[in-house]
Ligand binder design. Structure first.
Ligand code: MLT
Length: 237
């Protein structure tokens, strides 16, 4: 298996046929998508902008669809849900279609849309994603980052995935080697370090500190979201 890591979306140069892409945005889009599907949402439609999200909701009945997402980490005016994974409970999302737009996560997904297989990964579904891509000949891990800059939480999560996969014959690019080294050096104090990253501190400051704890619960939601034809649904287990 060949593994490459794009530490920020602009370093993602597409993939070879048959390769899998894993998009990671730990705080918070990936974690929110996993939470929505784990709570029984039918599927998630990721879109890049707010206008597109509103338009996409139009053909659906009001009780069928939920608009979710954020700008500057806050719920968008007129949307029912923000981007806190804790909002996506069974009572609220079960059986619903979620249309989601976020600053970095859904943009990174747009960049990966032409890949053969696109999965969504985070710490909460870490092992399940590693199992799902274990048979692939090539995997590219695409870190969403933060407005074009590296996010340590995404890079460390990518490194953890590399670490889990790195058991057989592997070719790692330099970013994958660096991500794995970062993960290995952080893993004993993962929560302490990752709750001090730039985006974590901003979220905590805005009152979303509980989202950090939610997002750092490793393997708490073993659901694998897969993007296909514009929809994200859970891979049947
Ligand atoms: C994003 O996609 O930019 C993030 O998930 C931002 C956030 O923390 O809501």
């Amino acid at each position: 298996m060949r593994i490459s890591v794009a530490p920020v979306p602009r370093q993602f140069a597409g993939t070879e046929p048959g390769a899998a892409v894993v998009m990671i945005d730990v705080f918070r889009a990936s974690t929110t998508i996993v939470a929505a599907l784990a709570a029984g949402a039918r599927f998630v439609l990721p879109v890049a902008d707010v206008e597109q999200a509103v338009k996409l909701a139009e053909p659906y009945a009001e009780n069928e669809v939920l608009l979710g997402g954020e700008r500057e980490c806050q719920r968008i005016d007129g949307f029912q849900l923000g981007n806190s994974p804790r909002e996506y409970t069974r009572e609220i999302v079960a059986g619903k279609i979620v249309i989601l737009t976020t600053t970095n996560g859904t943009q990174a997904l747009a960049a990966a849309k032409d890949a053969d297989t696109v999965l969504i990964g985070s710490f909460v579904n870490f092992g399940a994603v590693a199992d799902a891509v274990a048979g692939s000949k090539a995997v590219t891990i695409l870190c969403a980052g933060n407005n074009g800059r590296l996010s340590l939480e995404d890079f460390a999560c990518a490194g953890g995935l590399v670490d889990q996969l790195a058991k057989g014959q592997l070719q790692l690019d330099d970013a994958a080697l660096a991500a794995r080294a970062a993960y290995r050096s952080l893993r004993t104090g993962l929560a302490r370090v990752l709750t001090s990253t730039e985006h974590a501190l901003l979220l905590a400051d805005l009152g979303f500190g509980a989202d950090l704890d939610f997002a750092l619960r490793v393997d708490s939601l073993p659901v694998v979201p897969v993007l296909s034809e514009g929809r994200i649904a859970a891979l049947p287990s």
